[in-house]
Design a protein around this ligand. Structure first.
Ligand code: NDP
Length: 464
């Protein structure tokens, strides 16, 4: 007996939608199951509303800087309610676009919570449907377990749904979400404290990028509480208090838990289906997103590889190309550009100085300067650029930037880094003047050589 569908996709976020549409384009009969709304974290609870909130915050800065450029009488007050209404309309519009794209692609959509009932069957809304293949693309959700007391704190979902601003905010965590929301809420005029346990925010990023981001947060008025040994967070009459083993308690009217996300695997029936999870609760997959159960694949955050929208989309399309298109495809997870939308923003592609230096000697090129736009009004803000180059081959291994338009600039440079560009190619590229980006083609001499044997020799010389 033939199956009801060639493919059932569980999860209507960026990855699931991309996989469903690509599979349908090859003629597959596809059903997409989604528990709530089409669009997933990126469109409804993440990248899109976050960036719309970031744009809202950016006007406070433009208003403050306008007088330096000769404008008088520029002032304003942020009405969160108005922004929230406009955001709801925009997300509704985007959801409808996704629904239409799925319908136009021939993908059938059903709203309902799905449970895997066997290698080739899924239960949803009282029915059991069969498919040749099942793809799990259920994403991730905020983790509330990092500290006792987090049950009452906001998550990023709650902040994006606010209708009014808190009088003060305590952000716990030092990753993407913590840094972005601390910066955005501070930009909207909220007194923000950012508490994290490391020396600098954004563990895993290049150290120079991390210290520039910390400087940027402080310049925006964020109280940066680094090296906080957090014990618990408690609700008080006036808000929240964060108890720390090594410092005064931190108080605020509201608290945001930004201590990471966990894969959404509950109630999917994975154990009975034979789908293995790793120690962090993520679905174990191979290079072609196959789980340990025959007939079941998984992509995106639920697999905890690189938890970024474009990666989930690439994994979803690679799955469909492999299984339905006849082109076996694997996603290359080695070079992935990413950005942190704080103010000024940070972005990077490729290896950090520490990662590259562990593999061999690297030349480090840097530029730190006051950009024209803010220097004109007397700001001390600095743009920071850094290039990590393999000393032996001249290949550019990593590019890092903190400054206005960094995400846009790094996206373009990511093409070059992915193509294996060499430092000499930057050197023979004509500058586009006057821009900040031109500094990347004007870096003549390395500021230092690091890593590999070269740094060992330098360290030995220092000691003698
Ligand atoms: P991250 O994993 O980036 O950061 C988690 C933070 O929480 C880290 O600073 C970590 O500290 C801290 N933390 C974890 N456990 C504890 C604990 N028990 N006590 C104190 N601190 C703790 O998670 P996010 O929630 O910021 O982001 C989730 C995912 O969403 C990321 O993987 C990211 O890829 C994605 N994302 C991407 C964005 C973008 O591309 N711009 C924007 C937002 C999210 P430590 O470093 O010390 O471990």
């Amino acid at each position: 007996m033939s199956a009801d569908f060639d493919l059932i996709v569980i999860g209507g976020g960026s990855g699931g939608i991309a996989a469903a549409r690509r599979a349908a384009s090859y003629g597959a009969r596809v059903l997409l199951l989604e528990a709530s709304r089409i669009g997933g974290t990126c469109v409804l609870r993440g990248c899109v509303p976050k960036k719309l909130m970031m744009y809202a915050a950016s006007f406070s800065r433009a208003i403050a800087e306008a007088s330096g450029y000769g404008w008088s009488g520029v002032s304003g007050r942020f009405q969160m309610e108005d922004w929230a209404e406009a955001k709801v309309r925009e997300l509704d519009r985007l959801e409808q676009i996704y629904q239409k794209m799925l319908a136009d692609s021939g993908v059938e959509v059903q709203i309902g919570r799905a449970q895997i009932a066997g290698a080739h069957s899924v239960a949803v809304a009282g029915r059991t449907l069969s498919a040749e293949r099942i793809l799990i693309a259920t994403g991730s959700a905020p983790d509330r377990m990092a500290l006792p007391g987090f049950a009452h704190a906001w998550t990023s979902d709650d902040v994006l749904d606010l209708r009014s601003l808190p009088s003060s905010l305590l952000v716990v965590g030092g990753g993407y979400i913590a840094v972005e929301f601390a910066s955005i809420l501070a930009g909207l005029g909220v007194p923000v404290t950012l508490a994290f346990r490391a020396d600098l925010p954004l563990r895993g990023f290049d150290d120079d990028l991390r210290s520039s981001v910390a400087e940027g947060l402080k310049a925006r008025g964020v109280n940066v509480a680094a090296r906080s040994q957090m014990q618990s967070i408690k609700r008080t009459e006036s808000g929240f208090v964060l108890h720390r083993a090594n410092g005064e308690p931190l108080h605020a009217q509201a608290a945001l838990n930004a201590t990471g996300r966990k894969p959404c695997v509950e109630s999917l029936g994975l154990a009975t289906a034979g789908v293995q999870l790793d120690e962090k609760g993520a679905i174990v997959v191979d290079n072609q997103s196959r789980t340990t159960a025959n007939g079941i694949w998984a992509i995106g955050d639920v697999t905890n590889r690189a938890n970024l929208t474009p990666v989930a989309i690439a994994e979803g399309r690679a799955f469909a190309d492999t299984e339905f298109g006849g082109h076996p495809t694997e996603v290359d997870h080695r070079i992935i550009a990413s950005a942190v939308f704080c103010d000024p923003p940070a972005a990077c592609v490729g290896l950090t100085e520490t990662q590259a230096g562990a593999m061999g000697p690297v030349d480090i090129y840097e530029a730190r300067f006051r950009p024209m736009r803010t220097a004109f009004i007397g700001s001390q803000e600095r743009t920071c650029m850094k290039m990590v180059v393999d000393s032996r081959t001249g290949r550019v291994l990593g590019v890092h930037m903190v400054g206005t338009d960094a995400p846009e600039i790094i996206q373009a440079l990511a093409v070059a880094v992915t193509a294996g560009i060499k430092k000499a190619d930057f050197d023979r590229t004509m500058a586009l003047h006057p821009t900040s980006a031109e500094e990347f083609v004007l870096m003549r001499e390395p500021t230092r050589t690091a890593g590999g044997i070269a740094s060992k020799i330098q360290a030995d010389l220092k000691e003698t």
